[in-house]
Write a protein that binds this ligand. Structure first.
Ligand code: ADP
Length: 227
């Protein structure tokens, strides 16, 4: 589904973030991207999300190079993908409900369907009673949970999560992983980048480890979780 062929990324500042990285991820796989802060995890996620472009090499999705997608294909790619960041970009002049509804409005769903899906997603992240609040009235952890609800609400085929538990306590982190497991069981491909090895130590999933932009595969185990 996702393939990196000799991908390097150097930012305009001259900083090298990824060096000659190659790997592929199958549909419905669950993969952790690990590595210290600054190792290149966010950059890898941003290349797949089309937020950044590779300096050399090819990132492809289902056989199509992401740098060659037409506008329509790019729009479809964005619709099929849920991206979770530690610090989500929320619309600060709109209440929580509308922030979460955004991907469904883009997909032109009916008002009724939107309401049902958004309320379910907010309930899942424990923020149903904050649906009328503006993001500024929420804590960092609550804003992160709004971002998680927004990324999941349209049940995307691909979830990219970059330090999704960075602002959450242990119990909320577990809850967030459970939500991702549910999506994974219903067919989603999940890439989760984290430097927090305690969060993932018992989970039998493949790990791609980045060390200063270089990739090493730490262990490859067949996913058994929840099977
Ligand atoms: P991680 O997510 O593992 O912490 P990043 O992908 O954020 O790593 O960063 C990898 C390297 O690229 C770091 O040295 C970082 O400082 C640099 N970097 C990240 N984003 C930018 C940017 N927009 N401009 C310049 N350098 C950047």
């Amino acid at each position: 589904m996702i393939r990196f062929d000799h991908v390097s990324k150097r930012y305009p500042t001259g900083q090298a973030a990824l060096r000659d990285v190659s790997f592929s991820i199958e549909k419905n796989e669950w993969v952790f991207i690990t590595g210290h802060s600054g190792a290149g995890k966010s950059t890898l996620i941003k290349l797949i999300a089309c937020i950044e472009t590779a300096s050399s090499g090819v990132v492809s999705l289902n056989g199509h190079g992401l740098d060659r997608l037409s506008r329509t294909q790019l729009a479809r790619h964005r619709q099929n993908m849920g991206v979770i960041f530690q610090h989500p970009t929320l619309l600060h002049d709109q209440p929580v409900f509308d922030n979460v509804a955004l991907p469904l409005r883009v997909a032109a769903l009916s008002r009724r369907e939107i309401e049902r899906s958004v309320l379910t997603a907010l309930d899942q992240v424990g923020l149903l009673d904050r649906r009328h609040a503006l993001p500024a009235a929420l804590s960092g952890g609550e804003q992160q949970r709004v971002g998680i609800a927004r990324a999941m609400v349209a049940k995307p085929a691909l979830i990219l999560a970059d330090e999704p538990t960075g602002n959450l306590d242990a119990s909320l982190s577990k809850n967030m992983l459970e939500l991702l497991f549910t999506l994974h069981r219903s067919g989603a491909t999940v890439l989760l980048a984290t430097h927090d090895l305690t969060l993932i130590e018992d989970l039998p999933y493949r790990r791609l480890h980045l060390a200063v932009g270089l990739l090493e595969e730490r262990l490859v185990l067949k996913s058994e979780h929840g099977a």
